[in-house]
Design a protein around this ligand. Sequence first.
Ligand code: ZN
Length: 153
Amino acid sequence: MNFGFWILNCQLWIWFIFVVDEMVVNVEVNCFHITAMHEMSIALSIVEAIEAKAREEGAVKVSGVDLLIGTLAGIEPESLKFCFSAAAKGTLAEDALLAVEEPEGVGECGECGKRFPVNFYYAECPECRSLRIKIVSGEEFLIQSITIEEKGE
Ligand SMILES: [Zn+2]
């Protein structure tokens, strides 16, 4: 499932509907819910994964988590940080500091091979105008590392 597209579409929809002033509030509220739920489910998965790993390593506490979230991954880092602190309550990761690295989107032209920055899935080559673009960076989403504390430290 591609959440990235979904949220992007949702934002475009708001943009479109912005002129119809009475509807704006409802649409934005709905969209915020969708986005927040999306980040919340991701935050819960992260907490679950790092807690499992920390227990496996015999940790008593997770003090730091490093994430890699590309700008095209469809995840809002600020929203995720907010959700993470809620999701981590009462777990080993409760006081963990969340650090997020955000690689920029980079596309590569399938015709001329030029690489260029993209902030959208649909991009056009600035060199030859081709639409055969492959995204080579920016879609990353992974837990790079966690910092744990063991007993007696
Ligand atoms: Zn090109």
